[in-house]
Write a protein of this length. Sequence first.
Length: 155
Amino acid sequence: MTIKQTKLFKISLIFLLLFLLIVQGLKSKEILKEKELLQLEILEQQRQNYNLKNKYSTRISTNNSRGKNKLLNIKEQTAVILAEATAYNLVLIDFSSTETELNLNLKGNFHSILNFIFYLENSVEDLKIIEFKIKKNQDTLFFYVRLKSELVDND
């Protein structure tokens, strides 16, 4: 009786080991397939990264070559903006400019200031409004605006 039990135990142990080997083999096949898929995704992502790197490096080099021209255009744009300010019946109190910024202090009525802001947002492409303040003094509004060139990186 003990011999049958030991044989039965050995046979069941062998079947259990065979079952575990089969399950492990199937799992390893699934893992290998998943590994291959992930490697393909990695290669695809690397290709996309390389393409994006090339695209943006050419865009940066193009922007840098245009950048020198744009710096010259900032001076021209300052003159145009000052002319537009007077066209909108705004009185220039003070202004300062650098290669990347333009600060204007103006006074005028509400509608003139509103139209001038609309002009700055829609017509001036290289300069963006960073800050503006409006203060009221009796019947006149004082308007401060700070414009900054888009060429400057915020690194």
